[in-house]
Design a protein around this ligand. Structure first.
Ligand code: ADP
Ligand code: MG
Length: 729
């Protein structure tokens, strides 16, 4: 037990669960304790200010400077009452995660002391030195000013002792430099478009909200083991490591009993999440060993996404308290399942009606079919773009890896809905008008609730599945900011609903009955969206061929997938909905390509270092021990037993040599490929070079290292192995 590896394995396996500080009160007492929510606003703000702010939030209107000052005063009082000393604008730059720059409340009091201050200006707008946030060339570094501006629709909260104010982040010239800005724009667009359509069915509807329920998957690894793996520390995934003999074959982890140490972590995380108003509800083991999931109750998209980002940072903090590291990477371990973040998404009116849920009457079901088929058309038209919205250097390893949806977007409807769609599609005009009238017609629209959309009919291989009253976008990665997928989806739906409304109105103007006009356009939608509808096995090779025949986007190279943002129909759609301008789209793609390159570059450097400085020296040492042994055996048994006695060692020596030679050569080739790629100036071309020439070398190097792992003395192997990393006791 001499090596560092054995020491850390021992340390990890001897750990006990860390006791959790469980509040004496029930969740309803401490839920939202750290959030400046409506109840706190009511308590800390003058009635007039409270009313003005509530009105502005509800109607998505700006607030006046006087109101801002008064809100800031109340917010500061609340924050200080709850132990805050600093405040920060909290935003979501185009890198991963969130950004914050803390300022304390103190200011000179003019008498040599300080007072704690916080006014409306500081609340509403700041100019963080933004030069080091990626901007795709929108700002030159010397024009470093970017603005962060308060998003009043998401409440402020206290994290640690810092008051965090959710903000958007835009350039001096008004272009978005974050994820929240386009998300808010898309949510406005879908609110407007969907409200107009929902009014066909209920003229009283004032707003349509977009809802998101994310399911966050993650891995936990013991802190000591993590620290002994430079690849995990620096890249978030293992760049090498032979498969463990046992991993997920027995499927004994999924929904299994949660290990004590993990249960303690989960409970702690849940309590902290509840204090921050994150409605964490479901927790369970996932398919792979050491893989888990947390899902909240769904919320309005903007808030749900803030909560997801907040939860991801909270997870990292709480995990450390429990001597764990949380891995949010989509594919931390080769050969076993990766992590996703299914985005359950729906639209609902301010009257509480979910628009993707079938109802009890013909009218309700016309509404249901209207919204569902418009989603299908939008997803088909923008399937390449939706794929781009979830693609990243990290998620590329998960998609299509025989466990996650392929890199092709399709929609699963389930057989009941498929039957209804087919019925409408094949109905004659006469039958169509019957559908809308006869309550007792065999598959009339009033029958839909009787069909009971069956939620057990769930195709896990679909990237975009209808699940009864919502769609589940499953291709989203565990590390992702959900806003990327959500603004694309909501913008695309908004645009499609606008087109649908125009078409229906034109029919009505020509004298068609509204229900018939709707049914006709629904039928058009069904016909138009046939290519995207696929209920079969998304993992199969036949589907890849079929999808290509149907004209769906089948590109698998991440940097080329990003091109979809700059296709004519994407640019036009974003322009029409006001979500992103062409300048913004171009700048954001520059950032995407740059980020892609940087991530692969880092991985490639780490792997090169591990190969040459960790693996080769150990393999050499072991090999030389074998050589020593051969020499000794030969002298001992000289002439007695012939060559037989040294044959096994010689064979191993030779195998080790072959792998070492390959590793050295391929590492050099990888470095050369990097050098060539680094000279390319165009960010897109550079990312493609990294994808096409550097990435494949990494796989080749890994192959040989993993073979060596099986040959070299277990005691000498320098890095914790998969079987040690993956099983928490
Ligand atoms: P499963 O793993 O079976 O898909 P979970 O219960 O783990 O389901 O997660 C489902 C998620 O979907 C939860 O976050 C839930 O709140 C959310 N959800 C349920 N209904 C809706 C809806 N209408 N719109 C958006 N999200 C929803
Ligand atoms: Mg789940």
């Amino acid at each position: 037990m001499s090596s560092l590896r054995f020491k850390v394995v021992e340390e990890a396996s001897s750990r006990k669960a860390v006791p959790v500080d469980i509040p004496a009160e029930r969740p309803e007492t401490f839920y939202g304790k750290a959030v400046f929510n409506a109840q706190k606003m009511f308590e800390y703000l003058p009635k007039k200010v409270y009313d003005a702010l509530s009105h502005a939030i509800e109607n998505k209107e700006p607030i006046s400077r006087e109101v801002a000052d008064a809100v800031a005063a109340g917010m500061k009082k609340w924050a200080i009452d709850n132990g805050a000393r600093h405040y920060t604008h909290w935003f979501h730059p185009l890198t991963d995660g969130t950004a914050e720059k803390h300022d304390s409340f103190i200011n000179h009091d003019g008498k040599g002391g300080v007072v704690e201050e916080f006014d409306g200006k500081q609340l509403v707008q700041q100019e963080p030195d933004a030069s080091s946030f990626p901007n795709g060339g929108i700002r030159n570094t010397f024009e470093a000013r970017g603005y962060s501006a308060w998003d009043i629709s998401s409440p402020a909260f206290i994290l640690g002792e810092t008051l965090c104010i959710p903000t958007i982040f835009i350039s001096y010239t008004g272009e978005s430099l974050d994820y929240k800005t386009p998300l808010l724009r898309a949510l406005n667009a879908v609110d407007k478009a969907a409200t107009a359509v929902a009014r066909y069915f209920d003229p009283e509807v004032k707003h349509v909200h977009s809802y998101l329920g994310w399911e966050q998957e993650y891995f936990l690894v013991d802190e000591a083991l993590y620290a002994a793996r430079p690849d995990l520390v620096l890249t978030g995934r293992t760049l090498l490591g032979h498969e463990s003999a046992k991993n997920q074959q027995l499927e004994d982890h999924y929904f299994g009993a949660i290990p004590n140490r993990v249960a303690a972590f989960m409970l702690d995380l849940e309590i902290e999440a509840h204090k921050l108003g994150i409605p964490a509800k479901t927790r369970h083991n996932e398919v792979a060993p050491n893989q888990f999931e947390l899902a909240p109750i769904f919320e309005e998209v903007n808030l749900a996404n803030d909560h997801n980002l907040l939860l991801m940072s909270l997870m990292a903090k709480v995990a450390r308290k429990h001597n764990f590291r949380v891995l949010l990477h989509e594919k931390p371990f080769a050969g076993i399942n990766g992590s996703g973040k299914h985005n359950n998404w729906s639209l609902g009116t301010d009257k509480g009606v979910l628009l993707f849920a079938p109802g009890k009457t013909v009218k309700q079901n016309l509404q249901f079919l209207t919204f569902v088929t418009n989603v299908m058309v939008a997803v088909q038209e923008h399937n390449a773009l939706l794929k781009a919205s979830i693609m990243s250097a990290t998620n590329q390893h998960r998609l299509g890896a025989n466990e996650a949806p392929p890199a092709i977007i399709s929609i699963f409807t389930g057989s009941q809905l498929a039957k209804i769609l087919e019925k409408i599609e094949t109905s004659t005009n006469e039958e169509l008008s019957d559908l809308s009238k006869k309550e007792k017609y065999s598959v009339g629209l009033s029958q839909i609730p009787d069909l009971q959309i069956d939620t057990t009919d769930r195709n896990r291989t679909s990237p975009f599945a209808f699940t009864g009253n919502r769609f589940e976008f499953r291709a989203v990665g565990s590390m992702a900011n959900c806003a990327a997928a959500m603004f694309v989806l909501n913008a695309a739906i908004a645009d499609q609903l606008n087109k649908f409304k125009a078409a229906v109105d034109a029919r009505v103007e020509k004298g068609e009955d509204l229900d018939i006009a709707l049914l006709n356009e629904i039928r058009e939608n069904i016909i138009k969206s046939k290519a995207i509808h696929f209920d079969g096995n998304g993992y199969s090779d036949e589907w890849k061929e079929e999808a290509a025949r149907r004209g769906l986007d089948c590109e698998t190279s991440a940097p080329k997938i990003f091109d979809a943002y700059l296709k004519e129909n994407s640019i036009e759609m974003f322009k029409r909905t006001g979500v992103l301008s062409e300048v913004e789209l171009k700048a954001r793609n520059e950032v995407k390509w740059e980020m892609f390159t940087k991530k692969i570059q880092i991985e490639s450097r780490v792997l090169g270092d591990l190969a040459i400085n960790h693996i080769i020296p150990v393999a050499t040492r072991y090999q030389s021990m074998l050589v020593d042994n051969v020499v000794k055996l030969k002298s001992l048994f000289e002439g007695v037993k012939g060559a037989d006695i040294v044959a096994p060692d010689l064979e191993t020596i030779e195998k080790i040599s072959k792998h070492m030679v390959a590793i050295k050569h391929k590492t050099q080739e990888m470095i050369n490929a990097r050098k060539v790629a680094n000279k390319i100036e165009d960010e897109r071309e550079k990312a493609i070079a990294y994808h096409d020439t550097v990435q494949p070398k990494m796989d080749e190097i890994r192959y040989h290292i993993d073979k060596l792992e099986l040959l070299v003395d277990n005691e000498m192997w320098p890095l914790p192995k998969y079987r040690e990393l993956l099983f928490i006791r």
